[in-house]
Unconditional design. Structure first.
Length: 44
């Protein structure tokens, strides 16, 4: 973000979308310290 001069909010939103897609595709559960999940861990 800093090196490329990207807007922080936009960069974080883009990464959140990517992470959410990975979590859905793999069905990865939540990990500590988050509460256990039934199915993929939601990205908020």
């Amino acid at each position: 973000i800093v090196i490329r001069g990207e807007p922080i909010e936009k960069a974080l939103a883009t990464q959140a979308e990517r992470l959410a897609r990975i979590m859905q595709e793999t069905g990865a559960p939540c990990w500590e310290p988050d509460a256990p999940s039934d199915g993929p861990c939601p990205v908020e």
